[in-house]
Design a binder for this molecule. Structure first.
Ligand code: ATP
Ligand code: MG
Length: 257
């Protein structure tokens, strides 16, 4: 079962409280490959309010991961500005970006990115370890995060002792343990069957209900419909940006066998 009720609220804003959590203005990103310039983003603007859920779609190579890397402070724009909760982060140094990232952003990946031979609770503790949080508090917060995603009884399981959906829930707990304002998920259901995908999207919707902003990349329209907004990229540009009532991710009861 998905335990959605106890997810912690996001950290307070670093800029003005009313500022959009993501404010991207006319951003470009050019990769230099030898003599060749690859224009991965060609003037993207995007405002996302606190507690919005947005799915980014588009063909392979359209710039989705490039945009996610910018939003996640893993990378900086070539030109244009990015304000995160009101603070301009477009020209920060790598170490300043890393700090903002650690405080504000949680990441979920298609292939879970969990350490093998490492227990669920230790995987979830990792971001806190990097942030210098002490051992006792780390353990307490990691257990709470795993309980939030319904895995309180799997603390000592290693990834290969967990199902794909459970592994992704460990990854979501790891993303949540630092109480981020934004959760970024690049194809979070790409390696999951349809039932487990719904379970993961139910978790994402629970985060949104708590005021966390969720940005996800997906190739699947079925998954995008769980977000309230769908942004489509083509050749590094936004070609559509639509809002709609999201479909609720509800799990059918499992048929007993
Ligand atoms: N590190 C890099 N160096 C050079 N070019 C890159 C780099 N990363 C991405 N690109 C190029 O930038 C463009 C956008 O790539 P990006 O990874 O953002 O696409 P995507 O929409 O995420 O695609 P996919 O659906 O396949 O994941 C592509 O043309 C790609 O080849
Ligand atoms: Mg990609």
């Amino acid at each position: 079962m998905v335990a959605a009720a106890a997810i912690a609220p996001p950290a307070p804003a670093i800029g003005a409280a009313s500022a959009p959590v993501i404010e991207i203005e006319d951003v470009t990103r050019v990769y230099h490959l030898g003599d060749v310039d690859v224009h991965a983003l060609r003037g993207v603007s995007l405002r996302v309010e606190r507690g919005e859920s947005i799915a980014i779609m588009g063909a392979s190579g359209s710039g989705k991961s490039t945009l996610m890397n910018l939003i996640g402070c893993l990378d900086r724009p070539t030109s244009g500005t990015y304000r995160l909760a009101g603070k301009d982060v477009s020209r920060l140094s790598a170490s300043e970006l890393a700090r903002v990232r650690g405080e504000r952003i949680g990441f979920v990946f298609q292939n879970f990115n969990l350490l093998a031979r490492t227990s669920a609770v230790e995987n979830v503790e990792l971001p806190l370890l990097y942030a210098g949080v002490g051992g006792h508090e780390r353990r307490t917060r990691a257990i709470a995060a795993l309980e939030q995603v319904g895995l309180g009884s799997r603390l000592d399981h290693t990834p290969n002792q967990l199902s794909g959906g459970q592994q992704q829930r460990v990854a979501i707990a790891r993303a949540l343990v630092s109480q981020p304002e934004i959760v970024l998920a690049d194809e979070p259901t790409g390696n999951l069957d349809s039932r487990t995908s719904v379970e993961v999207m139910a978790m994402m919707q629970a985060l949104v209900a708590k005021g966390i902003t969720v940005v996800l990349v997906t190739h699947e329209p079925d998954i995008a419909q769980y977000a309230a907004r769908v942004l489509t990229l083509k050749d590094g540009k936004v070609v559509s940006d639509t809002r709609h009532e999201p479909v609720r991710a509800v799990l059918e009861p499992e048929v007993a066998s």
